[in-house]
Design a protein around this ligand. Structure first.
Ligand code: XIL
Length: 357
């Protein structure tokens, strides 16, 4: 796939980035990471895509918005939809769909030659109260799900080619999670969602996505068994997304990652790291940032060593627009760029890894 810069874009992005940074005063014209080859260029040479969400900063008209957009376009060749295609955001009332956020993300992606990953049809979180609070028959919930999937996939046909069809169907005890969907539709809801998605768009890549399944573990075993069963019965699952929400210094070993990736690949599945972040106590110490850099190398290295692994997506571009501090109090600094959009040691580590250093 050609991933080329449009003539003049790099200079424009550099100017944008600089104008957006107060620290750029004396160095006007210099983007934060101008001396390095963009990650997307390096990743493409290694045969993988590198992605990030547009996030909430994307829509801002201030300097932070300019910086975010410049970094996104320069460094990444893939975006994923973050919150913008979750059920409660995109389908806020029974007959209302709001594609405004996702449409602007797709337009940006097209302008900058980026592929797009859609997230997510079936999840237990961020589903609207009109759905969870209703008293529906199973047939009605099935019909709502079918309409939801068909409407989204039709709207983005040819624009979003990769979808997280089912997200986090296994709980932290390695059991199938009891959710609105499983309660309403029974255990067959996962198969049903994949079959509905295939019927809605025969060319899209359909993923199961979950966290804490990167290395070998009880939860990874359960997800492996689930996907092995679906594949054995011809259910259209094309890939497994491993979210990659890690704590600094606590990644599975390289051997554990490699063994786990290999067994999923042997099912004929693509593998993507879908929401990578490596959090730490804040304020961050130099020591933790150095370990984080090694950790980013470990997980992305495991992807590079697995032919079936074709993409790594980050959960946020920068520490100023991350879900981590709100969900894990006292934790943060989980991303490649800091709150001022400066690249951290993890950025350099990834750049070096992708460069073969
Ligand atoms: C998070 C978002 O980043 C937050 O903004 C939101 O409030 C909650 O969800 N697993 C997923 C993501 O699949 O969609 C979640 O994103 C993080 C965990």
């Amino acid at each position: 796939m050609a991933r080329r810069w449009r003539p003049g874009w790099r200079a424009a992005a550099a100017t944008l980035a600089c104008l957006a940074l107060t620290a750029c005063g004396e160095k006007r014209g210099t983007p934060p990471v101008s001396s390095t080859t963009p990650l997307r260029t390096l990743a493409a040479r290694r045969g993988i895509a590198i992605g990030a969400p547009t996030g909430s900063t994307f829509q801002r008209t201030d300097a932070a918005g300019d910086s975010l957009r410049a970094i996104l376009a320069r460094e990444f060749d893939m975006v994923w939809s973050g919150n913008w295609l979750k059920f409660s955001v995109v389908h806020p009332a029974p007959t209302t769909y709001d594609f405004s956020w996702a449409d602007s993300m797709v337009a940006f992606a097209q302008a900058h030659q980026m592929t797009v990953r859609g997230h997510t049809f079936v999840w237990h979180n961020q589903i609207p109260s009109w759905l969870t609070g209703g008293s529906w028959t199973p047939a009605q919930v099935d019909s709502i799900l079918a309409g939801h999937i068909a409407t989204l996939m039709a709207h983005f046909k040819g624009k979003i080619r990769i979808w997280d069809v089912v997200n986090e169907a296994v709980d932290d005890n390695a059991q199938r999670r009891t959710t609105f969907w499983s309660t309403a539709l029974g255990p067959g809801y996962i198969e049903r969602a994949f079959r509905l998605a295939r019927a809605a768009d025969s060319t899209a890549l359909l993923f199961y996505n979950d966290y804490n399944i990167e290395g070998t573990s009880a939860k990874a075993d359960t997800v492996y068994a689930l996907l092995a069963d679906l594949k054995s019965r011809g259910v259209p699952v094309d890939g497994v997304g491993m979210q990659g929400h890690f704590i600094v210094g606590q990644l599975p070993s390289g051997a554990s990652l490699a063994a786990n990736f290999a067994r999923f690949a042997a099912l004929g599945l693509k593998i993507e790291i879908t929401e990578l972040d490596i959090r730490m106590s804040v304020p961050a110490t130099a020591a933790d940032l150095a370990v984080q850099a090694l950790d980013y190398r470990t997980i992305v290295g495991a992807c590079l060593q697995t032919p079936a692994c074709d993409a790594v997506e980050l959960s946020a571009v920068y520490d100023g627009d991350s879900w981590v501090p709100g969900t894990f109090p006292g934790q943060g600094a989980a991303n490649l760029f800091d709150e001022s959009f400066h690249p951290k040691p993890a950025y350099t580590a990834l750049s070096n890894l992708l460069s073969g250093k």
